[in-house]
Design a protein around this ligand. Sequence first.
Ligand SMILES: O=C(COP(=O)(O)O)N(O)CCCCO
Ligand code: NA
Ligand SMILES: [Zn+2]
Length: 305
Amino acid sequence: MLVTGNDILVPARAGRYGVPSFNTNNMEITQAIIHTAERLRSPVMVQMSEGAIKYGGQDLANIVKDIAGRATIPVALHLDHGSSYESALKAIKMGFTSVMIDASHHPFEENVRETRRVVEAAHAMGISVEAELGRLGGIEEHIVVDEKDAFLTDPEEAVQFIEQTGTDYLAIAIGTSHGAYKGKGRPYIDHARIEKIAQLTTIPLVAHGSSGVPAEIVGRFRASGGEIGDAAGIADEDLQRATGHGIAKVNVDTDLRLASTVAIREVLQQNPKEFDPRKVFGPARDLMGQIVEHKLRVLGSVGKA
Ligand SMILES: O=C(COP(=O)(O)O)N(O)CCCCO
Ligand code: NA
Ligand SMILES: [Zn+2]
């Protein structure tokens, strides 16, 4: 059933498990996410970035809402990295049940103002809100945040921000970053900072940039003709530790992007005569399902629905 983000994340924080929020851009990705979560009796969040809304629009949102609505597990449809009040309101009109207003690149006061505006409107319509405080490294679709500008979330500021905005959940910068290159080797996660923020707050916390970028998938990406540098992601153990301390929503996009591309490359490379789209997109759906399953198990949400 289609529910709000709070319906999923408040129990997750209380139960000290994480729920993955996967980005979708088409039917197969959406099926891989929701069908796998249903099979494993896990709540799950499906998110669309502004780029996904540009790409798939109401058509894609309706596919997500329809599959979610018929599923026997709780599913929220979430706007990822909403860049303005208008964008958040548009998503709510499209039927999203959770929206992020990402004003983290603005000074604190402006971030508060922007966020509070969205919170008031969204709450009036029973929709949950995610905000962000602190700046991840990596590339956030509409802005490039290079390392020197990235700054980690201050625990005291987080308390103030939550009080002044009323946001339902908060994305914090604790060492993760978007994309396939999260740092040399194992990215450093500031667990002390996560634990401090968790001690001072009660709302669900959000970890962006949480793809694991598994070496096996990276190897298959290269072997099937893909070009990728020394990619690295977040270790399963780091995610497991974080979900024991307030992290309830865990954002994953890159892992599904890599898996779908690996499957498609492998099919086309191994079957040069193939041109049935179901033979190309079907294996992509299957491999993405394996990635979804792994994440649900790592985060501990299996059996929670
Ligand atoms: O936090 C994330 C996902 O991070 P990751 O790139 O680790 O999958 N997102 O918000 C998804 C959109 C960013 C571009 O991928
Ligand atoms: Na941001
Ligand atoms: Zn993100």
